[in-house]
Design a protein around this ligand. Structure first.
Ligand code: UD1
Ligand code: UDP
Length: 353
């Protein structure tokens, strides 16, 4: 089969790494980078570290409002599908690149395969939730990371083409944990294991509201031992709201780090505070307590198993949870065993028969 894969944002590079490798053993892959993320530390670094093949096309779309960004991607991907005639278009997760890839393919009657199908936060104010729902409803193959995701699809009437594969982020994590342990990032930052908290913040609902962003930064500053690899969106909004200097004084703000450095920082953190989807899961798999600075999560198993707590953007709730939260249950392999990519390649192969 000829599979045209669309990626564009940091977590999609990580997800596509194991899948691309498995796919290329049996199929031809045309890799398309929309250019949604473009800074070296948000894009090229991951291709190098994870050995992802160089994209066949980079649409260079860059940043913009949802409509402008998604619209430009849609037009660019449509041209490529028309030119390449793939048997299937493969998309990942819930970004604007995901929706553009899925919509372009569906309108051209090319089957769509969605990795990370069925996730729901049930919060339609999140752009990601709109992207997930719409992508799932035009997908032919719905590759679900969890039982919950399969159930979510069933309750929306989607049962055909649904496969439980496990989570490809677990594949990536298990494959790279050992190499990550050799990273010098802790020494470089003067950190020792178990003595710092790791934070990430980038959700629009947190960064674009000055009150919420200020409360989060004040809470992280009050904890006193926080390292925060800062997403470019967050840096931009901190500067816009005049919050950057104080945050930089009270929190260890660093540039976004590569995947191996991130795994090393996560694994040795005392606690993780985040609004990232991927980081919540990684905290669970690595056995690090997670404080999620959101009201909802699509990775509900992490909360049910008591390794994650939702605290929103409230200053006191963040500080209290960071100081007091202790997981009480055993973790399981609810996100899979690290063989999701192989399963996905197999399911795609069956579609081609
Ligand atoms: C996007 C996804 C989000 C995902 C996140 C992963 C959507 C709607 N959102 O959010 O689901 O969790 O990626 O990180 O698709 N910027 C740079 N350099 C870059 C990339 C972005 O400076 O390389 C800045 C720009 O000012 C841009 C802003 O970050 O306007 C936001 O980027 P964008 O890709 O629109 O959304 P993210 O917040 O990154
Ligand atoms: N990540 C990284 N460097 C960083 C921050 C995050 O490599 O500085 C990784 C993280 O380990 C996870 C993924 O990026 O694998 C999560 O991406 P992000 O938080 O940007 O997006 P989300 O998962 O929320 O969509």
């Amino acid at each position: 089969m000829k599979i045209l894969t669309v990626v564009g944002a940091r977590p999609q590079f990580i997800k596509c790494a194991p899948v691309s490798r498995a796919l290329r053993k049996q199929h031809e892959e045309v890799l398309v980078h929309t250019g949604q993320h473009y800074d070296r530390e948000m894009s090229d670094l991951f291709f190098e570290e994870l050995g992802i093949p160089h994209p066949d096309y980079n649409l260079g779309i860059g940043s913009g409002t949802h409509g402008h960004q998604t619209g430009a991607m849609l037009a660019g991907i449509e041209d490529l599908i028309t030119h390449e005639h793939p048997d299937c278009v493969l998309v990942y997760g819930d970004t604007n690149s995901t929706l553009a890839g899925a919509l372009a393919a569906a309108k051209l009657h090319v089957p769509v395969a969605h990795v990370e199908a069925g996730l729901r936060s049930f919060d339609r104010r999140m752009p990601e939730e709109i992207n997930r729902v719409l992508t799932d409803h035009v997908s032919d193959l719905l590759l679900c990371p969890t039982e919950t995701a399969v159930e979510n699809l069933r309750s929306e009437g989607i049962t055909g083409g649904v496969h439980l594969t496990g989570d490809v982020m677990v594949d990536a994590l298990l494959e790279h944990t050992r190499v990550a342990q050799a990273s010098s990032v802790l020494a470089d930052l003067g950190l020792s294991a178990g003595t710092y908290r790791l934070a990430t913040v980038h959700r629009a609902e947190n960064t674009d509201d000055p009150k919420k962003l200020a409360a989060i930064m004040r809470a992280l500053g009050d904890l006193g031992d926080v390292v925060l690899p800062c997403h470019p969106r967050t840096e931009k909004m901190l500067k816009k709201f005049g919050l950057y200097e104080e945050a930089d004084r009270r929190i260890r703000l660093i540039k976004p780090v590569g995947y191996l450095e991130m795994l090393a920082l996560e694994a040795s953190a005392q606690t993780i505070l985040t609004d990232s989807g991927g980081v919540q899961k990684e905290a669970y798999v690595l056995g690090v307590p997670c404080i999620t600075m959101r009201e909802t999560t699509e990775w509900i198993e992490t909360v049910q198993d008591s390794w994650n707590i939702l605290v929103g953007s409230d200053h006191d709730a963040i500080v209290r949870a960071a100081r007091e939260f202790v997981p009480e249950k055993e973790r399981s392999d609810v996100f899979g065993k690290g063989d999701a990519a192989v399963k996905i390649a197999r399911v795609l192969g069956e579609m081609g028969k």
